[in-house]
Structures are given as C-alpha cells and as structure tokens.
Design a protein around this ligand. Structure first.
Ligand SMILES: NC(=O)C1=CN([C@@H]2O[C@H](COP(=O)(O)OP(=O)(O)OC[C@H]3O[C@@H](n4cnc5c(N)ncnc54)[C@H](O)[C@@H]3O)[C@@H](O)[C@H]2O)C=CC1
Ligand SMILES: O=C([O-])CC(=O)C(=O)O
Length: 354
C-alpha cells in the first residue's frame, strides 16, 4: 500500500474538520498538516446562540467537558471569532463554527445534544414574557432545524420565556412527527444553583453540600423552591422562608437590575447550562442515578409541562419524579405557580397553531 502522502493527510484532516461547510478561516490560512486519524469517542454537541453572553462561556465550558468529542458553535453573528478562539484550547473536543441560517443544517446534522441559548435577554423593567415576541420565532426556526437534521438529539432549551418556549418546541416537533417528550428539557438549573447558594448562605455551610429542589417553571412566582425538602434536612424560620423564596424567585431580576441594561445572567447561566449539559451527557453514557430539576412534559400536575426533579437516562428525561410532600406555604405557592404557568404554556401552543 502507498504510504499516505502529505497532501492526502492534509485533505483527510481538512475533511475531518469540515465535512460541510468549511470552517471559517482567515484568507490564506490552510488546515494544519496534522496526522489525526479521526475524532475521539464521545458525544457531538451543538450550541445555538454560541456567540452570545451565555453562548460564549458555555462554549468554553463544553470544550472543557471530556465527554464531548465534537462541538458545533452556531449563531447568526460572530461565530468565526468565537470558534477560532475556543478551538485553540488544548482539550479533546474538535470545534467547528457555523454562521447564519444557510449553515444551520450543517451545524445540526449528527448532533447528540443541542443546547439553545439563542435569543434576546431582558433589560430592567421587562418580564421574561416580554421576550416572547422576539424569541418565540427564533426558537421555532431552530427547533425546525433540529427536527430535520438531528431528530433524535436531546434538546436543552435555555431561551426565555422558558415557560412558553418549551411548549413551542414541543409543537414544532409534533408537527414534524419527531416529538419525544423525553428529549425536550427546559433548563431551570440556574434556579437550583441560586437556591443552593442562598440557602447555604443562610445556613452558613458550603453550597456544594446543599440541594434545594426548585419546581414549577422559570419566571417569577412559577419558580417554587421546596425549602421543606432541602438536603441536608434543616428547618427555617418564617422570616427565612419569606426571604429565601423571594430572593430565589427574583434572582434573575436581581442580575438584570445590577447589569443595568447590559443584559441578564450570562456567567452563572453558562455554568448552570454546562452542569445540566454534563448531567445529560453522563446519563446518555449510561451513568445511573443522574437526577436534576428540569421543565419537561409532565403528569405531576394537571399542566402539560412542569419542572420537577427528573431522572435522566440514555433517552433523556426517563422518569419525572413526583413533587413529594409540600407544606401549606408551598401548596399555596403551587396554586399561584400553576395559574401563571397555564397561561404561558397556552401562549406557546397558540403561537404555533395560529
Ligand atoms: N433558562 C434560564 O435560566 C436563562 C435563560 N436566559 C435566556 O437566554 C437567552 C440568551 O441570553 P444571552 O446569551 O444573555 O443573550 P445575548 O443577546 O447575549 O445572546 C444571544 C445570542 O443569540 C443569537 N441569536 C439571535 N437569533 C438567533 C438565531 N435565529 N439563531 C441563532 N442565534 C441567534 C444572537 O446573535 C446572540 O449571539 C435569553 O433569551 C435569556 O433570557 C438567560 C439566563 C437564564
Ligand atoms: O432573568 C432573566 O431574564 C434571565 C433568566 O432567566 C435568569 O437569570 O434566571
């Protein structure tokens, strides 16, 4: 057999790097003449909205994840720069950038996990629902791409208003005939991260030792921390319960106001999304006992979508866990949460059926 010539090796590496389209490179920059034989085993992950405030640090964190072999970064702006930058990190994942709707299909083809932080963030004075008009259409078009190019991928949806964008995504997948409720997960991990942080502060312990279930949805009163179920078991005074519940429900607004017009939570959200994405990947690998809170299709209440703890597995949200025992304060909170959630869910469904 003829030994591989240098030009064959370059062509093979170039093909490996960019089946279609070619990665964005500066004029005259050729693919490196390296001798790689192919990708490392692992999962193929796409970040849609990769050039944004969440997207950039999230892309960095996913590039650090050893379970990721291929990382596709898609946005409608600035992906060449973000891709060039992240791709120089000497970790395993091969990074490819995709720019604009013409490259969406290439970005999505073959993906195992698609993480979506695309869309507008809030400014002070806005609710998450005020983002609906802009973000509903963005989520619809990206999910249409998922249905077409990687219908079996697990989707982690971050774009707000999550309470409505998850129902929109479900409707897109139903219309395309690809809907599997297990594979569509709204990301509420930041609510849990905040709850763990604020509870740990009150208790004077390390947040890494705290686990607070946060159920319901991801906006205002729909964010319902179950302080009666905190791990490690502990009790709070009525004042502490009132302070913690308000602070957890208001965490996003706290950041929006502190950023004073420069956006909403990006760094803590990237951290939370990377944590949730890693949990999904570990479960997809076959790890047992991976449990996270997430906003999913659910029969836990009469609502079609609800956030609770879910057991993640190879197929996504394999088991939606029950609420567990609630105290009177939490039961009252649940009623308020359900009322607002129902409207947000219906708004998402109506958007897709108008
Ligand atoms: N689920 C959660 O807990 C949280 C959700 N969010 C939400 O995440 C979203 C993103 O927030 P940021 O990153 O701060 O916003 P950003 O404005 O910094 O970034 C959004 C990115 O999406 C891109 N984009 C817009 N349309 C697109 C399309 N059609 N396809 C692909 N990319 C597109 C933009 O070009 C931009 O790079 C917002 O809707 C925000 O409300 C933010 C924090 C927490
Ligand atoms: O508050 C916002 O608009 C962003 C968000 O969802 C959060 O930080 O929880």
């Amino acid at each position: 057999m003829q030994p591989d010539s240098a030009s064959h090796r370059i062509a093979r590496v170039a093909a490996h790097l960019s089946p279609s389209p070619r990665p964005q490179m500066e004029e005259g920059v050729r693919p490196a003449p390296c001798r790689a034989k192919g990708g490392a085993p692992g999962f193929k992950v796409a970040v849609l909205g990769a050039a944004g405030g969440i997207g950039q640090p999230l892309s960095l964190l996913m590039k650090l994840n050893p379970l990721v072999s291929v990382l596709h970064l898609y946005d409608v702006v600035n992906t060449p720069g973000v891709t060039a930058d992240v791709s120089h990190m000497d970790t395993t994942a091969v990074v490819r950038g995709f720019l604009g709707p013409n490259q969406l299909e290439a970005a999505l083809t073959g993906m195992d996990l698609v993480i979506i932080p695309a869309g507008l963030p809030r400014k002070p004075g806005m609710t998450r629902d005020d983002l609906f008009n802009k973000n509903a259409g963005i989520v619809r078009s990206l999910c249409e791409g998922v249905a077409k190019c990687c219908p079996n991928a697990i989707v982690n949806l971050i774009s707000n208003p999550v309470n409505s964008t998850v129902p929109i995504a479900a409707e897109v997948f139903k219309k395309a005939g690809t809907y599997d409720p297990k594979r569509l997960l709204g990301v509420t991990t930041l609510d849990v991260a905040r709850a763990n942080t604020f509870v740990a502060e009150v208790l004077g312990i390390d947040p890494k030792d705290v686990n607070v279930p946060v159920v319901g949805g991801h906006a205002g009163v729909t964010i319902l921390p179950l302080l009666s179920q905190v791990h490690p078991p502990c009790s709070f005074t009525p004042d502490e319960i009132s302070y913690l519940t308000k602070r957890i429900q208001n965490g996003g607004t706290e950041v929006v106001e502190a950023k004073a017009g420069a956006g909403s939570a990006t760094l803590s959200m990237a951290f939370a999304a990377a944590k949730f994405g890693d949990a999904c990947l570990r479960a997809m690998r076959g790890d047992a006992g991976v449990v996270e809170c997430s906003y999913v299709a659910s029969a836990v209440t009469e609502l079609p979508f609800f956030a609770t703890k879910v057991r993640l597995g190879r197929a996504g949200a394999e088991e939606v866990l029950p609420l567990g025992p609630l105290n009177d304060f939490e039961r009252a909170g649940l009623e308020m949460a359900k009322k607002e959630l129902m409207e947000s869910i219906q708004k998402g469904i109506d958007f897709m059926n108008k």
